[in-house]
Design a protein around this ligand. Structure first.
Ligand SMILES: [Zn+2]
Length: 218
């Protein structure tokens, strides 16, 4: 084969595109908070059949919220499960639910949504670099896609959500931290003193928030 063809075919074999770990990490922050937000704003939704993804396709906004909250938990648990398996670390616990018509065992995750999202987030957040190295961009893109879809809907209806944790500013300490979201913006600041959380402090804040939610009486 002429040399120019060989060069051509090298160019044709594209390297898989990688998501930046920073983008993935930020997406996980927002998805964890999306979940907290959905839980808090739309408690106890009615049971729903089927799902399509648009708020207006659901009978009640709470049905949409419940479906989206479950989608966040399932997606994050799957990535937790995948990465833990790849790294031979402890995977999310499962239990055998029975046998299907083909005689195969049917498994489900053993713990509730709250515990699953907390453990998925705590596992994945410090391992974003590992996940982006293993999985190409297109496969991981479902995470930001899910977040942006939720943000579009929540930002339009409930642009402000008060987090269940106190303001970390020493002079303040009030439970007035809000997440503000809308078109092209998403940040956490204190409604009382104006303190804005820096992104480097998000892991700590989200950990506190998830722990606060986990501690709530179900
Ligand atoms: Zn404050």
């Amino acid at each position: 084969m002429p040399a120019s063809d060989a060069i051509q075919s090298d160019i044709g074999a594209e390297k898989p595109k990688r998501m930046s770990p920073k983008h993935l990490r930020r997406t996980l922050y927002w998805l964890a908070l999306d979940w907290v937000h959905l839980q808090a704003v739309f408690p106890n939704p009615p049971k729903t059949e089927g799902r399509t993804g648009k708020v207006q396709d659901y009978g009640h906004p709470a049905e949409w919220a419940s479906a989206k909250a479950a989608e966040i938990v399932d997606m994050m648990t799957c990535w937790h499960d995948y990465l833990a398996e790849e790294r031979s670390e402890r995977q999310p616990r499962r239990k055998r639910m029975g046998v299907n018509n083909d005689g195969d065992d049917v498994w489900a995750y053993a713990v509730n949504h709250k515990q699953r999202i907390v453990s998925a987030w705590k596992y994945l957040e410090p391992r974003c670099e590992m996940l982006v190295a293993l999985v190409d961009h297109d496969a991981l893109r479902e995470l930001p896609d899910l977040h942006y879809g939720i943000r579009r809907a929540l930002g339009a209806t409930t642009p402000k959500y008060t987090l269940p944790v106190p303001c970390p500013s020493n002079d303040c300490g009030l439970r007035t931290l809000v997440r503000v979201q809308g078109a092209g913006q998403d940040f956490i600041s204190c409604d009382a003193c104006g303190y804005t959380i820096k992104e480097v402090h998000y892991p700590f804040l989200i950990r506190l928030t998830l722990d606060a939610v986990l501690a709530e009486v179900a």
